[in-house]
Each structure stands twice: as C-alpha cells, then as structure tokens.
Design a protein around this ligand. Structure first.
Ligand code: GCO
Length: 453
C-alpha cells in the first residue's frame, strides 16, 4: 500500500494571515485587528493590515497553486468580512470575494477546502461576550448558513473550527492570542463548551443546507505522544498519555474530540475540572456530537514517552542539541506516524493532516532563488512517516502543507516564514522556494519521489 490514487495533496493558509485588506470593502473588525493595535502584543508591532495582500492577489495565488499541482487548498473565511457585526447584515462585497476565490481555485484545478473559523472572530461579537455568551453558537450557525448558501454549490469539504485548543486555551487562558484574555478556568471551560456547541450546530447547518454532498470535520491540533521504543509497554504509555488529561489547561486531545465524536466529556478531565465544569444543558452533548466524515488534525511535533514500568508514563528529556525549527519546535517526524495512528484507532474516522510544515530562516540567495533544504528534508521525513502509517493500515486520506506562502504568524508577526512560496512583504512579490518545486514533484509522483529524497 502507499498513497492512494485519490490522496489529497494540499496546502493551507488562513484568512487573517494572508488576506490583508483589513479595512476595505466594508469588512468589520476582528479581534486580531484590535489585538495588533495594542503595542507589544505582536513582534515588531506587525499587523495583518496588508499581510500577503491575497485579497487583491488571489488570482495569482490560485494560479501558483495550480502550477504546483495542488489537488486542494485549505482556506478560511473571515467571519467579519462577510458579517461585519458578526450576525445580521451581510457585506456583499466581502462574500463576493470568496465567491471569486472559489472560482479561481477551481479554474486552476484546485479543490477548495473551507475552514469556517480560523481565529479572526468578529470584534462586535466579542463586545457581546464572545465565546462566553451562550448565544455564540447560534451566531456561528447563522454565519455558517450564509457561507454554505453561497459556496456549497462548489465547495463540498468543510472544517468548522481550527484548533479550539488554541483559540480558547491560548486566547482566553494565557492571553497570548486575540482577544488576549486571561480568564479563570471556569470561564475558559464555558467558552470551550460554547465553541463545541458552535461546532455541532455548524455541522447541522452544513448537512441541512449544502447543495452538494458535504464532507465535514474540524481541524484540531494533535497533542501527539510517541513511544520511545517499539515495546508494547512504551506504546501503551504513549497512547495513554495521548488520550489523557492531567492538568488544568486546554492542551489535550480528548476534551475536544471526545464530545465531538463520542458525545461525552472524558472522565479524567471532568474529575480534574470538577469545580470549574460549565452547566451542560439538556441536549448539549447531542448537539455537539454530530456525525463527522473525517478527523482533521494539525501536527508539527510530538512528545516522546516511555513507560515507567508500573503502568505510568513519563516524557523523555530531549537529547542535547535537538533539531529545531525557527519556532524552536523539535523536529519529530514520527509524530506523523503515531499521531494519525492513535487518532484513527480511537476515533475511527479517516484522518486528514490539515497542517504540517516548518518555520525556517528563508531569504533570497545571491542567485535570486530561495533554497530551503531544511524544509525539504523536514517534509520528506514527515511524509515518509505518514506513508509508513498508511502502509500499516492507518486510514489517512490527505495532507495539507502549512503553508502555501509565508504569512502573518500571529504573535510572531512576519518573523516566521512557513511558506513554500516566498513573499516579499514590501512589494507583494511571490517566488517559489525550492520546497515548492520539490512538493510539485511529490504530488506529480504521488509520493514516489519521497524514497529518493
Ligand atoms: C496554528 C494555526 C496556523 C499557524 C501554524 C504555524 O496552528 O497556529 O492553525 O494558523 O500559523 O500552525 O504555527
């Protein structure tokens, strides 16, 4: 076995990170627009005001994606661009942008995979309590219906939320991401519950209103554990760690995926969070648990786990001088073997890697090209592990490289470059990096060249 003929080779980006045009054509404010206005919140006070100017350059971008041979592009929609107040009046010009973008992608042979929410939350709704407001799931359902009505004649692949672990945990608990709140844990769990309800209601809306048969999932972040050795004990220890909750934060798999897939919060979490648990109304868990077509997961790295020999697990200290990306994330290719394997075993859904890639120190070399051998090596290692998982029978159906182009990396601003297309932010000029040309060959050979890289 290897990559199937219909394996989805893709790349991803998100609205606020690339679009720019933050104050154009009637777009409303998002919490990231306001966060970037607060001095010191983002590296060098960078903002997404212009970003990659994708709002104006989308045709060129779609053409480049076609040139690379992408089968699919994972984009997200800016909620306040379409609904400046978050609900109510539609901003036609904003909605039309996505209409044109979808057409441009299809003209270039690239299937659009749409994420409804990738963090640019409408500021107007934040002022009404945001995710803490019980109505927030209905606001999201209303927004979803606007998008589905407009795009579902051409879009059939949908993701509801991107990384709730982060936009709740980091944005509402540690405050590093917009809206930058540091709430008590009871409020964090309330926001989490409302976000899960929003997911469930959005799935219902997609299923009832879509004009073409939809495939629906979410893009969760995989908190991946990997065994230190192939021994049964270490594998069990890693699996146990991957699906357990042991401290009061949102950085885990099960608090999010268990309600979505099984309709229950995990027992260990409920025990640890006992005094902070939100009120769960009748029917909530049923609403959250809607049938899903796939499990989308973003995986960049992982934690190596060893059995303690008495049923426990401990994480293995990194070797001295570990391989690191510019984000200082450890290079752990096996995370793309164990992550999908454990998730597929537990949740029994086909897996899509909705993000994987690396921040690298890219610049234009003296020959005018962008040589990024580290990224090529990184991707080859990770994709080989993914192939290994598929060979072992793990149901993995697609892979989205993060990112199609350099972009605004949240609180890191433009300091980090994740793209396979280089963006000169001063001019907007795009240049394919070596990795883009390499990925083109990976796609054209359906992964066969990985063995030769
Ligand atoms: C996230 C997001 C992306 C990031 C990417 C690199 O995981 O933070 O989904 O928007 O840019 O993961 O950090």
């Amino acid at each position: 076995m290897s990559f199937s003929k219909d394996f989805v080779w893709g790349a991803a980006a998100a609205s606020y990170q690339i679009e720019g045009a933050a104050y154009e054509d009637g777009k409303g404010l998002s919490v990231w627009d306001t966060m970037c206005r607060q001095p010191g919140k983002v590296w060098e006070d960078n903002t997404g005001d212009v970003a990659c100017d994708h709002y104006h350059r989308y045709k060129e971008d779609a053409r480049l994606m076609g040139e690379i041979g992408l089968k699919a592009y994972r984009l997200s929609i800016s909620w306040p661009r379409v609904l400046p107040e978050g609900v109510g009046t539609i901003n036609q010009k904003g909605l039309d942008f996505y209409d044109r973008l979808i057409d441009a992608l299809l003209e270039n042979g690239v299937q659009p995979w749409v994420t409804l929410f990738h963090w640019d939350y409408p500021y107007a709704l934040y002022c009404r309590g945001g995710w803490l407001n019980r109505d927030s799931s209905d606001w999201f359902a209303e927004y979803t219906s606007v998008i589905v009505d407009k795009l579902s004649d051409r879009v059939s692949n949908w993701m509801t939320l991107n990384e709730p672990q982060v936009f709740i945990g980091i944005a509402h608990q540690s405050g590093l991401h917009a809206p930058g709140l540091q709430l008590g844990f009871a409020d964090v769990l309330l926001a989490a519950h409302n976000a899960l309800l929003a997911h469930g209601k959005a799935v219902q809306v997609i299923r009832t209103r879509a004009k073409t048969k939809p495939a629906v999932g979410a893009a969760l972040v995989g908190v991946t554990s990997m065994p230190a050795t192939d021994s049964t004990e270490d594998i069990e220890a890693a699996r146990g760690r991957m699906f357990s909750i042991w401290n009061k934060n949102c950085w885990n798999n099960t608090w999010w995926a268990d309600p979505m897939v099984f309709g229950t919060y995990p027992e260990d979490g409920m025990k640890i969070f006992e005094i902070e648990m939100p009120a769960i109304a009748d029917g909530d868990m049923k609403t959250i648990c809607q049938p899903l077509d796939f499990y989308g997961v973003n995986i960049y790295t992982g934690q190596t786990i060893r059995s303690t020999g008495d049923g426990g697990a401990k994480s293995v200290k990194s070797p001295d001088g570990p391989p690191l990306t510019t984000m200082e994330w450890q290079v752990k290719p096996e995370s793309l073997y164990w992550g999908p394997r454990f998730l597929n075993e537990r949740y029994r859904l086909p897996i899509f890697i909705t993000e994987n890639g690396m921040g690298n120190c890219d610049w234009i070399h003296r020959d005018g090209k962008i040589h990024d051998p580290q990224r090529i090596d990184f991707l080859a290692r990770y994709l080989s592990e993914l192939k290994h998982a598929i060979d072992d029978g793990v149901m993995v159906k697609g892979y989205f490289l993060w990112s199609i182009m350099d972009n605004f990396e949240w609180s890191f601003g433009y300091k980090q470059r994740f793209g396979i297309i280089y963006v000169d932010y001063a001019t907007g000029e795009r240049t394919l990096k070596d990795s883009a040309n390499w990925y083109k060959e990976v796609i054209a050979s359906n992964g066969a060249i990985l063995d030769k890289t």
